[in-house]
Ligand binder design. Structure first.
Ligand code: NAP
Length: 441
C-alpha cells in the first residue's frame, strides 16, 4: 500500500490527539484513503521530557532540520502554537514544497495573509480546520459545503472558556471569579485566561470565519471586542426574567454598507438554539441565502476533538497528493479575499439592556428617562429594585427599543455623570435577529 509521510510539529494537547487518532483509526483511514499515513517525525521543545508510552521515542526530535531534509515528508503539521518559530517553520516547509496543516489561529490572524500567499505561489495546500471551534467542521463548511451559497451572517459561541463561565454563572449563580476558578481547576481555562475572557480569542476565530464567509480581509483591528469580566450574576438573573440568556457572541454580518464584525456579551432569546449551548461547547449559526439558517455545534477544543479536525485536514491533503492536485480550495489571501468596508461599531442599531446603580431617592428614574429620551433612546420596559442589605444602592434596569449605539453611549455618559449614579452603567446588547432566534420555521 502506498505510504504518505508526515511530520508533527508539537506533541501537546492537539499533537497527541492527532497522533492517537492517526494510530487508533489507522485501518479506517487506510480504507478511506487507499494509502497509509505514516508519522515520520515529531518535533518538541524538550526532548528529555517523558512522553506517553504509545508514542515511539525514535520519532521525537528537537531539531527541525532533519524533518525538512527528509524527502519522505510530504505534509508538515504545525500543532505547537505561538507565532515564532511556528511561522518560520511553516514558511520553510512551504518553501520546500510541503503541504501544511495548522491549528494555530493566533498565527493565522497575525501572519495568515503572508502564509497563504506563499502557499498559493508554491502550489501547496494550507489547511486549518483545527484553528476554529476545535472539532466542529466549520472551516470545511465555509470553504467547501457552502461554496454555492451567499452567507449573510455568522453568530457564534466560539470560546469554550467564557461559555463555561457564563453557564456556571447562569446555572449555579456563581460569581465571575468563582466560575473562572472552577474552569481553571477543571482544565477548561488556561492559567492565564486573559485572551479568552477579554474576547480576543473569539475575535481571532471570528476573523478567520468572516474572511472565508465574506471573501473579505478581516483582521482583529476591524473587530469591536468586549469581554465578560464586567458581567455580574444580577445581569444574568434580570435578563433571564425577561426571557434572555447571556452569551459571549462572535458576530459578523454582511450589510449593504459593509461588514459589521464584533465580539461582545449579548442577550439572546431563550428560544434561540444558541441559548442551549452550554459549558465548553461551541456553536456557529449561519444564515445564507439558499440554505437559510444552519447550526453547527460540538466540542470547540480538547485533544481528540481538535485532533480529529487536524487529521481530517491531513487526509484531505493526502487525497490531493494521491490525485496529483493541489490548490482546490480558497486561501485567505488575494485574489480570494478583498478589502470590504467595515461599519463602525457605534453605528449598530438594536435594543439594549441598561443596568443603573443609583442612590435610593425619588426622581432618579425620571432623570434617567429624560436623558435617554433626549438622546433618542426609547424605553421598552423598566425594572426597579430598592436598596437591599447586600447592595446599598437601588437598581434600575431599562430594556430599550431599537437604538443607535452612538446615542446609547452618549446617554450613558450623561447618566454616569449624574450625582445620583453610584457606579458605571452596565450596557448589554440584545441580539434578536431571525438568525439568532431560530433555525428553520
Ligand atoms: P501545548 O499543549 O502547549 O503543546 C505544544 C507542543 O508544541 C508541545 O509538545 C511543545 O513541546 C511543542 N513546542 C512548543 N514550542 C516549541 C518550539 N519552539 N519548538 C519545538 N516544539 C515546540 O499546545 P496545544 O494546546 O496542543 O495547542 C497547539 C496549537 O493548537 C495552538 O496553536 C493552539 O491555539 C491550537 N489549538 C489548541 C486547542 C486545544 O484544545 N488545546 C484547540 C484548538 C486549537 P514540549 O512538549 O516539549 O513542551
Amino acid at each position: 500500500m502506498k505510504e504518505i509521510g508526515i511530520a508533527l510539529l508539537g506533541l501537546g494537547n492537539v499533537g497527541l490527539g492527532t497522533y492517537r487518532i492517526l494510530a487508533d483509526h489507522a485501518r479506517d483511514i487506510e480504507r478511506r484513503l487507499g494509502a497509509r499515513v505514516r508519522v515520520r517525525h515529531i518535533l518538541v521543545r524538550d526532548s528529555g521530557r517523558a512522553r506517553p508510552e504509545d508514542v515511539p521515542a525514535a520519532l521525537i526530535t528537537r531539531d527541525i532540520a532533519p524533518i525538512l531534509a527528509d524527502p519522505e515528508v510530504s505534509v508538515v503539521v504545525e500543532v505547537m502554537g505561538g507565532l515564532s518559530p511556528a511561522r518560520e517553520f511553516l514558511e520553510k516547509a512551504i518553501a520546500s514544497g510541503r503541504h501544511v496543516v495548522t491549528a494555530n489561529k493566533a498565527l493565522l490572524t497575525a501572519h495568515g495573509e503572508a502564509l497563504f500567499s506563499q502557499a498559493l505561489a508554491r502550489g501547496v495546500d494550507l489547511h486549518f480546520e483545527g484553528a476554529v471551534c476545535g472539532g466542529i467542521p466549520i472551516i470545511r463548511t465555509l470553504r467547501e459545503a457552502l461554496a454555492s451559497d451567499r452567507v449573510s451572517s455568522i453568530h457564534g459561541i466560539v470560546n469554550g472558556t467564557t461559555n463555561f463561565i457564563l453557564s456556571a454563572m447562569a446555572d449555579e449563580g456563581s460569581t465571575y471569579e468563582d466560575a473562572l476558578a472552577r474552569a481553571q481547576k477543571l482544565g477548561y481555562a488556561e492559567a492565564d485566561p486573559t485572551l479568552d475572557v477579554n474576547g480576543m480569542d473569539a475575535a481571532q476565530k471570528l476573523c478567520l470565519l468572516a474572511s472565508l464567509a465574506f471573501a473579505a480581509r478581516v483582521s482583529p483591528k476591524d473587530v469591536h471586542v468586549e469581554g465578560i469580566t464586567s458581567l455580574r450574576p444580577v445581569d444574568i438573573t434580570l435578563g433571564r426574567e425577561a426571557g434572555y440568556v447571556l452569551k459571549l457572541l462572535a458576530i459578523a454580518r454582511r450589510l449593504p454598507e459593509g461588514l459589521d464584525v464584533r465580539v461582545h456579551p449579548a442577550f439572546i432569546p431563550g428560544a434561540s438554539p444558541l441559548a442551549d449551548v452550554r459549558g465548553a461547547f461551541n456553536a456557529v449559526l449561519l444564515q445564507s441565502a439558499a440554505l437559510g439558517a444552519s447550526l453547527f455545534s460540538g466540542l470547540g477544543a480538547g485533544s481528540l476533538p481538535t485532533g480529529s479536525a487536524v487529521v481530517s485536514d491531513i487526509i484531505d491533503i493526502c487525497r490531493n497528493l494521491l490525485a496529483g492536485v493541489s490548490g482546490r480550495l480558497p486561501m485567505l489571501s488575494a485574489p480570494y479575499v478583498q478589502e470590504v468596508p467595515q461599519i463602525p461599531s457605534d453605528e449598530r442599531r438594536g435594543p439594549v439592556y441598561l443596568r443603573f446603580s443609583v442612590s435610593d431617592e425619588p426622581g432618579v428614574l425620571g432623570r434617567i428617562a429624560t436623558v435617554l429620551g433626549e438622546k433618542g433612546v426609547s424605553l421598552a420596559s423598566v425594572i426597579q429594585r430598592p436598596a437591599r442589605p447586600e447592595d446599598p444602592h437601588a437598581t434600575i434596569v431599562v430594556f430599550t427599543h431599537t437604538a443607535r449605539e452612538r446615542d446609547v453611549q452618549a446617554a450613558v455618559q450623561w447618566i454616569d455623570a449624574l450625582r445620583s449614579t453610584r457606579s458605571p452603567t452596565q450596557v448589554i446588547r440584545i441580539e434578536e435577529g431571525p438568525g439568532v432566534l431560530r433555525v428553520g420555521g
